[in-house]
Ligand binder design. Structure first.
Ligand SMILES: [Zn+2]
Length: 506
């Protein structure tokens, strides 16, 4: 009778509500730049220099982009957000800017006013007018190393000139002479011990450049001096790490040419050289090996669209790699697992090179970072196979008493919420109690939480349904029926009320 009733009057009342997922897809927004008006070449040179001087004067560190005459700098509007604030593209020829993060765009005078305001400075002029002669060159930069720059520049020559030593290094570390030269690795002595020097480099605007390219030149900002036998041992850092005005640089930054869009980030200098030597892809190492990717380093990475994060393939390294990817931007990053799942394999690029592993193959297996809100087919594959092999298991719990309901709902599946609605007196409670009795008898435990009907009324109703008769006519059968009823796994929430919803879903 119930199934008849159900088929005729209830199909429209039954709704299977499935959890709703929202897909968050990391969007890569293509670089947008503003072009407003054309400026004649001569004026443009002056404009370019004026903009660069203004930025350097105000402690900004502009970074070249792959596009000629377009530099990347901190956006004065969204600098408070910190994250991704380094997103203002300034067109040096047109004198315009646009920010990728806050979408602000305008002229450079507008940009400079905002920047000065941010820096709590009084703005007396729109844009400083300068002659080329008083232009601030990188050489005017205050000396920051504790040793003379000439001495620092001598270190790579020390190594290049010492054939025995470079041969020994190649033997010891499997790093070829040409790689050592490209990375400007040098040789010096600290307390009578031979040490390797690893320069960390950045780019600085070069006003003396004659090339019409982005006029940036390589700039050594820090020197790391390490033990010759064990280069992971840092002997000295110059300037010291706590030095206030120090700038961010990366070991091997020069391996990436201006138009290069791919970069490998490693933990240590030896890893960077090993990765580059074996794959030919520009590779850098983070400033300190303690898995910190400091904020000032991020701008240097901004211009790359593909970044391989190749840290140690152990727990710490992989956690750091995911952190780095979040900082740099998940959509740009691929994480490298040197061991490819084999725990006996070398842990990083340097060890892998020494053990003659195929570094190109390792790199080709790099994985994209798993997004919290997105799954790919690999994640679902096993579950899909299970659905195919065991349709009965995944079909959901079927009702014996209400076949009409099975037709509509295809059974109750785990992970799904079904809502049955209908007007008062339509028979919702009757259907549900019949359904729960049905399920209980086939071993599916049922918990009742009624927000309106008292438990004793509910239980009485169910007992009648369970018996298939009105027990008030045959009260002498109560005990026998109640004993059988107690056998099935049936539960009620003690009190009624909305407060119990919390307990429910826990
Ligand atoms: Zn902005």
């Amino acid at each position: 009778m119930l199934s008849k009733l159900l088929n005729k009057s209830f199909p429209q009342l039954v709704r299977a509500v499935r959890p709703q997922y929202t897909l968050y897809r990391p969007l890569f927004t293509p670089t947008r730049r503003v072009f407003s008006h054309n400026v004649k070449p001569k004026e443009s040179t002056k404009l370019k220099e004026g903009i660069m001087k203004f930025l350097y004067d105000n402690k900004q560190r502009p970074i070249p982009t792959s596009e000629k005459n377009v530099i990347l700098t901190q956006c004065p509007h969204c600098v408070m957000i910190r994250k991704k604030s380094f997103a203002a593209y300034v067109n040096l020829q047109k004198g315009t800017y646009s920010c990728q993060t806050c979408k602000t765009k305008g002229t450079f005078p507008e940009f400079s006013r905002s920047l000065l305001k941010k820096m709590n400075k009084q703005d007396h002029h729109d844009l400083p007018i300068l002659s080329t002669s008083d232009f601030l060159g990188v050489n005017n930069k205050p000396q920051q190393f504790t040793r003379p720059i000439e001495e620092i520049e001598q270190y790579p020559r020390n190594l290049a000139g010492d054939t025995n030593m470079s041969d020994r290094l190649t033997q010891l570390h499997c790093i070829e002479k040409s790689t050592l030269e490209l990375y400007k690795v040098g040789l010096t002595q600290v307390d009578d011990h031979d040490c390797l020097t690893f320069p960390q480099t950045s780019l600085a605007y070069d006003p003396n450049s004659t090339a019409d390219e982005n006029s940036f030149k390589l700039d050594t900002v820090r020197l790391k001096i390490c033990d010759l036998e064990d280069p992971s041992q840092v002997v000295q850092v110059d300037p010291p790490l706590h030095s206030k005005e120090s700038e961010a640089g990366l070991f091997g930054y020069q391996t990436a040419s201006a138009d290069c869009d791919t970069l490998i980030i490693t933990r240590r200098e030896m890893d960077a050289m090993a990765a580059y030597q074996a794959t030919g892809i520009p590779a850098v190492s983070i400033p300190t090996s303690n898995y910190q990717l400091q904020e000032p380093v991020l701008p240097l990475l901004e211009r790359f669209t593909h970044i391989y994060i190749w840290l140690d393939d152990d727990l710490d390294g992989q956690l750091a790699a995911e952190r780095f990817a979040h900082k740099i931007g998940d959509s740009k990053c691929l994480i490298v697992n040197t061991r490819l799942g084999d725990k006996q394999s070398p842990v990083n690029a340097y060890e892998a090179l020494k053990e003659n592993k195929d570094l190109k193959k390792i790199l080709s297996k790099a994985r994209r970072i798993k997004h919290d809100q997105i799954v790919d087919f690999v994640d679902l594959r096993e579950e899909v196979l299970n659905e195919i092999l065991h349709p009965d298991q995944t079909r959901g719990v079927q009702s014996k008493d209400l076949p009409g309901l099975n037709e509509i709902m295809k059974g109750h599946r785990s992970g799904e919420l079904t809502i049955l609605t209908g007007p008062t007196g339509a028979g919702k409670t009757t259907i549900i109690s019949q359904l729960s009795l049905d399920y209980c008898q086939s071993g599916v435990p049922t918990l009742w939480g009624s927000f309106e009907i008292m438990n004793k009324r509910l239980a009485k109703k169910m007992l009648f349904q369970f018996a298939g008769k009105d027990i008030s006519i045959v009260p002498e059968e109560f005990d026998e029926i109640a004993d059988r009823f107690q056998e099935v796994s049936f539960f009620f929430f003690k009190k009624k009320g909305v407060a119990y919803i919390n307990v429910y879903f826990r």
